[in-house]
Design a protein around this ligand. Structure first.
Ligand SMILES: [Fe+2]
Ligand SMILES: [Fe+2]
Length: 257
């Protein structure tokens, strides 16, 4: 089984890149299942129902969110309608949606769990407890378990990967929008990378118009953010699994200009 995970899709340029390139990438790489982070897909963060549905139509099987997932309220309604999109599992239980999903792919059940880090982010329940409780609940139902850990700190992401080594197929980081070069297999068969990067405008500050970003840092004035223009980069990873054990056998970075 080959699973493609696409990094944070930023704004309309990022969405257009996925709409136009995903079919080609999946057929070129014999991909069976696609997960994409959509927390910044809408203009001004969050995701609209229209963009989520279009990403699904073009081949994304599961959309994960993050700290910006609820900027557009319609994301909650969409998740509660049964659409394959998940928010972090350590959100308050009263939040819309769920923190995991199990989908069939061939004769295998793939579980995807989203969790949000706590370092340099707003206070939230422990992602470690929430993910482990979820794994204990679903482990007999899922052949493969993939964790999108949406977090800022590299240390927190690495700790999560080692915490789950042998219990899940892969742990990958999202949120920083910058791909790291530390992809590896841990000793008990869990694939890990600190961050898979973003899908959005290349000449930008993590997807944002660079002049606006520079101005905010230089002047400390809260000029309104705007998604950058120009050519996009598509970042992600491909995880290959041993279907008899559910363990990862390889993890490869993708960075397409
Ligand atoms: Fe993001
Ligand atoms: Fe984020």
């Amino acid at each position: 089984m080959k699973i493609l995970c696409v990094g944070d899709i930023v704004g309309t340029p990022g969405c257009e890149t996925v709409y136009s390139q995903l079919k080609y990438i999946t057929s070129e790489n014999d991909i069976n299942f696609v997960i994409a982070n959509g927390e910044n897909a809408a203009t001004g963060n969050g995701i609209t129902a229209e963009k989520a549905e279009k990403l699904y139509e073009c081949g994304v099987d599961v959309i994960t969110l993050g700290n910006h997932g609820f900027t557009k309220a319609e994301a909650g309604q969409l998740m509660d309608s049964g659409f394959p999109m998940i928010r972090p599992i350590n959100y308050p239980s009263s939040a819309p949606g769920k923190g995991y999903i199990i989908k069939k792919c061939g004769n295998k059940n793939i579980a995807v769990i989203s969790a949000l880090g706590r370092v340099f982010l707003n206070p939230i329940d422990s992602p470690f407890d929430a993910v482990m409780n979820c794994i204990n609940e679903i482990k007999d139902l899922a052949d493969i378990i993939i964790v999108d850990f949406h977090a800022e700190a590299t240390s927190e992401k690495a700790a999560m990967a080692w915490f789950l080594d042998g219990k899940v197929t892969a742990v990958y980081g999202t949120h920083t929008h910058v791909q790291t070069a530390d992809e590896r297999l841990l000793p008990h068969g869990t694939a890990f990378i600190t961050d898979i990067g973003m899908t959005g405008p290349y000449n930008s500050v993590i997807g944002i118009d660079k002049d606006i970003s520079i101005s905010r840092f230089v002047t400390l004035m809260n000029k309104r953010y705007k998604v950058a223009d120009g050519n996009c980069i598509l970042c992600g990873i491909i995880i290959e699994t041993d279907d008899s054990t559910g363990k990862a056998v390889s993890i490869k970075r993708l960075k397409i200009f």
